[in-house]
Design a protein around this ligand. Structure first.
Ligand code: IYR
Length: 257
């Protein structure tokens, strides 16, 4: 965007009085005066690309992400822990409210713990599918072919549970407020899913309902809430996915009002 010359006022800007006094500082600024000055550093590592390079990268990334699918059919082949670490590190690059980084990940490859998670998830899901779901919800899920049986929770070499830290805990036990937790954790989840896909693995954003059992089984604090249970691994050679289409651009975007 072209910069407006500094000496040219905006057409809608009020004409400044001939003898202008600096505007009074709004009162709220006094409330943080006692805090150290915020520190800023130059934007690290930014390299401006030319438009052709940007287009090539954007197209390549879109093409790659367009191949991402959620499958329930995982191979048992082991996946190196470093790959899981890298996906979690990538998720942790998400922006977050007041930079509170309110995401916590629990990565499980212990087969006994995976079996416990599966048994607890299936117990809840059986109740959900049999009693808690409305007929409308059951119909909405029908094309996805889901049911209460969750083989992926024992087949996949890793289960990664994403917890939202609803509030922080200070050493004295008092609560430290977090901001925009759902949005922040949602963005982190998206980055995790993208990282897993780009590295050549698959995942499934499973939302067992309710998820309280995960906090209990994994020994997490009451200030955390499980939001996603994501098996991660290679797809089985015979893996299938539902026959779904993605919405075209026109259906998901509006340009200006
Ligand atoms: N939590 C259940 C049901 C379920 C709900 C939705 I919305 C889905 O998109 C898929 C499944 C389950 O995981 O089976």
């Amino acid at each position: 965007m072209a910069e407006r010359p500094a000496d040219k006022p905006r057409a809608d800007a009020p004409a400044s009085p001939a003898t202008s006094t600096p505007p009074a500082e709004p009162g709220y600024k006094a409330l943080t005066k006692h805090l150290p000055e915020p520190r800023f550093v130059p934007l690290p590592g930014y390299v401006r690309l030319d438009e052709a390079q940007m287009l090539a990268r954007a197209e390549a990334f879109h093409r790659q992400m367009e191949q991402r699918r959620t499958t329930r059919h995982f191979a048992a082949d082991p996946v190196p822990r470093r790959l899981i670490e890298l996906a979690i590190l990538t998720a942790g690059t998400a922006p977050s409210g007041a930079h509170r980084q309110p995401w916590r990940f629990v990565a499980i490859d212990d087969p006994r713990l995976k079996a416990k998670v599966r048994a607890a998830a299936e117990e809840e899901e059986l109740k959900t599918y049999s009693e808690r779901m409305t007929d409308e919800w059951r119909e909405a899920l029908h094309p996805l072919g889901t049911d209460h049986v969750k083989e992926h929770l024992s087949d996949a070499p890793w289960l990664v549970v994403l917890f939202a830290e609803k509030y922080g805990l200070r050493p004295d036990g008092s609560h430290r407020k977090n901001y925009y937790v759902d949005e922040s954790v949602g963005i982190a989840a998206g980055l995790f899913v993208a990282a897993i896909h780009v590295m050549g693995l698959v995942t499934l954003t499973h939302t067992p309902n309710p998820m309280g059992f995960l906090r209990d089984l994994l020994g997490r604090g009451t200030n955390e809430k499980a939001v996603l249970l994501m098996p991660v691994g290679y797809p089985r050679p015979d893996a299938t996915v539902p026959d779904l289409q993605r919405l075209p651009l026109e259906a998901i975007v509006q340009w200006n009002a």
